[in-house]
Design a protein around this ligand. Structure first.
Ligand code: HEC
Length: 290
């Protein structure tokens, strides 16, 4: 009886904790931030990237170079080319922000991974809203070193020319991975926060994109204070649901993220290149134990 009661009480404490600041959430002021520019990619699916006749990086990508090895210093300039429509964007949106500088912070407490994204709201384009309910959406993907080239290309392995909102593509075809298969571990774990109602989604991308099934995401909370956004994800290291990667201390994972700014939908987002995320392990971003 007593044990049962205390279990109920504990459950309540946890539930309350999840609604406000989490008990284990780090003091973000003391967590190192890595500034990662994300850019407007236009129509640059993996087919374009790997086709040597169009993309100058294709040959060395095949030899193992990562996107950031070549592009790290010029990300904001790349965004300008596509946002303006001067390159690989048949339907540019006038006034669309070419790039956004995002601060990424990560930590863990032995139980959860904490990820914080913060950035300054770019000027609105004034274009018709594609997703009027959600001015902003933030998503990130993790991959457990099983998909070929994911350590070089980040989320690009899910980005195909036949996916919806690509020019001429079927409206029902989602992003996917060639040979994607959850049971075989060939998938990206996908988590998303939407600003409208503060909804969160815990899904994955395998042979198709699924926005549910995960059990790892504990909370996703975002706020805009005077034009400064911050969105914090709390994700159980263990995961436990379909399409959840079990994150283990000492290991690194492939990581990429995207922001749908300006009420954008589908491919009209800003994306990062691929980076490594370490759980207490040396990586581009190390989620150190707090
Ligand atoms: C070996 C160096 C190299 C690698 C690796 C590389 N690129 Fe490139 N990329 C280039 C060069 C050079 C250009 C510009 C000229 C061109 O289009 O061929 C370019 C152009 C682009 C563009 C068009 C915008 C622009 O600035 O011209 C995009 C988008 C792009 N790359 C994305 C990627 C992605 C995504 C990856 C990784 C999957 C990648 N690149 C890997 C060298 C590279």
């Amino acid at each position: 009886m007593n044990m049962k009661l205390s279990a109920v009480a504990l459950g309540m404490t946890l539930a309350m904790g999840a609604g406000s600041a989490l008990a284990g959430a780090p003091d973000w002021g003391s967590v190192e931030a890595r500034k990662i520019p994300i850019f407007y990619p236009g129509v640059s699916p993996i087919e374009w990237i790997t086709n040597g006749t169009e993309h100058g990086g294709a040959r060395l990508l095949k030899k193992g170079e990562a996107c950031v090895d070549c592009h790290d210093e010029e990300i904001a300039d790349m965004g300008k080319k596509m946002a303006s429509g001067s390159k690989i964007e048949p339907t540019p949106i006038p006034g669309k922000a070419p790039s956004i500088a995002v601060n990424v912070q990560a930590a863990n407490d032995g139980e959860n991974l904490y990820l914080r994204f913060s950035w300054k709201q770019p000027k609105a384009s004034g274009a018709p809203k594609m997703d009027a309910d959600n001015p902003v959406k933030v998503a990130f993907m993790l991959e457990d070193n099983k998909i070929e080239r994911a350590d070089q290309s980040g989320c690009w392995e899910t980005c195909h020319q036949d996916a919806r909102t690509m020019p001429g593509a079927d409206d029902k075809k989602t992003k996917h991975v060639d040979g994607g298969n959850v049971d075989a571990g060939k998938f990206y774990d996908l988590m998303q926060w939407r600003s409208g109602k503060g909804e969160m989604h815990d899904g994955y991308v395998a042979d198709k994109r699924v926005m549910e099934g995960g059990k790892g995401l504990v909370s996703a909370e975002g706020k805009n204070e005077g034009g400064n956004w911050s969105v914090v994800f709390t994700r159980k290291l263990a995961g436990g649901g379909k399409g959840d990667i079990a994150l283990v201390a000492g290991k690194t994972y492939n990581f990429g993220f995207a922001i749908h700014d300006d009420s954008a939908k589908g491919r009209f987002h800003h994306v990062s290149f691929g980076y490594s995320l370490g759980i207490d392990a040396d990586a581009d971003i190390n989620a150190k134990k707090q």
